[in-house]
Write a protein that binds this ligand. Structure first.
Ligand SMILES: [Fe+2]
Ligand SMILES: [Fe+2]
Ligand SMILES: [Fe+2]
Length: 349
C-alpha cells in the first residue's frame, strides 16, 4: 500500500493546491490538499491551517487504495495497522471503528453510501456567487487539462453573452445562455488528453470519441440544471441544415439562444489556438463564419459576427486575460514548487 502512489505524490498535490489557491470557493483549504499525502507528524510540523483536513484526506485516500487492492474488512484493517504511525491517532481509531462496527465496506461496495452523501449535500446551500464559483472551478479544471483549451469555455461564454446582448435577449434567457455556454463542454472531462491534445486532424475513431463529449455533458448535468440550460449545452454542435451532432437536428428544432451558443463555440474555436492549429487570423475566421452562415449557422448571428468582430473580441479580452493570468500563475508556481529540493526529497511517506 505504501509503495503505491507514493513515489510521485507531489506533482498532483502541488497542482491541486495551486488550483484551489487560485479558485475563490475553496482557497482557504488549499494547504490541506498540498499535504494530503503527508504523515500526521509532517502535517503538524508544517503548521498549516486545516491540517486536520489534510490528515483526514490522507487517511481516506489510503483506505481507498487499500480497499481497492485488498477487499475484506480484516485484510483492510491489517494493512492499515502496518502504517498506523502515519496517521493522526484519533482519526485512525475512528476509521477502524467504522470498518468494524459501521459496515463502511459493504456500503462502499453496494454504493448505498451515496444516498447518505446526497442527503449531506442537500444541507449545503451556497449563495448564487458561491455556486457560480464552484461551477467555474469545475469548468476551469477541465479547460486547464490542456494548454490548448485554457480559455475556450470562457471565450465561448463571453462571445455568447455579447451576441445575446446585441439581440436584446431577456435577462432570464441571458442567464441561461451564460450557464449553458459555461457548461457546454463539461463532458470533455471524459475525453483522453491524447485526443484533446492531438497535433493533427483526428482519425475517425478518435473523432468518434471526441464527439461523445456532448453525451457526457448530458450525463453530468441532466436533471441537475433546468432543462433550458441542459438543451443549450446539448445542442452546441447541432447545425441548421441537420449536419451537426449528436442528434442531427434541423433549423426548426433549434431556438435562437441555442443558435447563439453554437456560433459562439465556433468563433471561440476559430479565433483561438488549438492543438492542431494556430489562432486563425480575423479574415479567415470571418470567411468561415460567413460561409457557415449560408446553411449551417444562423445567418443573422453570423452577420453580426462579421460586422462587429473587432468589438466582440475586444469585449471578450477582459474575461480571457483574467483566466490566462490565473493559468499562468498556476503553471509558473507549479514549476517553481516542483523544483524546490525540500519538497522533492520529502516525497516518500
Ligand atoms: Fe492524492
Ligand atoms: Fe463541444
Ligand atoms: Fe466548445
Amino acid at each position: 500500500m505504501l509503495e503505491f502512489e507514493t513515489t510521485n505524490v507531489w506533482n498532483h498535490s502541488i497542482y491541486g493546491y495551486l488550483f484551489l489557491k487560485y479558485m475563490p470557493p475553496l482557497s482557504d483549504y488549499a494547504e490541506a490538499i498540498l499535504y494530503h499525502h503527508s504523515s500526521w507528524k509532517d502535517i503538524q510540523n508544517a503548521h498549516i491551517q486545516y491540517g486536520d483536513y489534510a490528515a483526514m484526506i490522507h487517511l481516506a485516500d489510503r483506505m481507498d487504495v487499500a480497499f481497492t487492492y485488498h477487499s475484506g474488512s480484516e485484510a483492510l484493517i491489517k494493512l492499515l495497522n502496518k502504517s498506523k504511525a502515519l496517521f493522526r491517532p484519533d482519526y485512525f481509531e475512528t476509521a477502524i471503528q467504522c470498518i468494524k462496527n459501521h459496515s463502511i465496506l459493504p456500503q462502499l461496495i453496494d454504493h448505498s453510501y451515496r444516498a447518505e452523501n446526497f442527503k449531506l449535500c442537500k444541507t449545503f446551500h451556497p449563495s448564487t456567487k458561491e455556486a457560480l464559483d464552484y461551477l467555474k472551478m469545475v469548468v476551469y479544471s477541465i479547460d486547464f487539462r490542456s494548454d490548448h483549451t485554457v480559455t475556450h469555455t470562457i471565450n465561448t461564454v463571453a462571445i455568447a453573452v455579447n451576441i445575446a446582448r446585441h439581440f436584446h435577449i431577456s435577462e432570464d434567457e441571458l442567464e441561461n445562455i451564460y450557464l449553458g455556454a459555461l457548461l457546454h463542454d463539461i463532458g470533455k472531462i471524459a475525453i483522453p488528453l491524447s485526443i484533446l491534445e492531438s497535433p493533427g486532424r483526428l482519425n475517425d475513431e478518435d473523432m468518434f470519441i471526441m464527439r461523445t463529449h456532448v453525451e457526457e455533458t448530458g450525463y453530468l448535468i441532466k436533471g441537475i440544471v433546468p432543462d433550458e440550460i441542459y438543451q443549450l449545452a446539448m445542442r452546441h454542435h447541432e447545425k441548421l441544415d441537420g449536419s451537426g451532432y449528436p442528434e442531427g437536428l434541423c433549423a426548426h428544432d433549434l431556438t435562437f439562444p441555442q443558435r447563439i451558443v453554437a456560433v459562439a463555440d465556433i468563433v471561440s474555436a476559430l479565433s483561438s489556438r488549438r492543438s492542431y492549429k494556430d489562432p486563425f487570423p480575423k479574415e479567415k475566421t470571418l470567411s468561415i463564419i460567413e460561409q457557415m452562415g449560408k446553411t449551417q449557422l444562423d445567418p443573422d448571428i453570423c452577420q453580426y459576427i462579421c460586422t462587429s468582430y473587432d468589438q466582440i473580441m475586444e469585449d471578450t479580452d477582459n474575461s480571457r486575460i483574467q483566466v490566462i493570468d490565473m493559468y499562468q500563475h498556476i503553471v509558473s508556481e507549479y514549476e517553481r514548487m516542483m523544483s524546490q529540493q525540500h519538497l522533492a526529497t520529502a516525497n516518500s511517506i
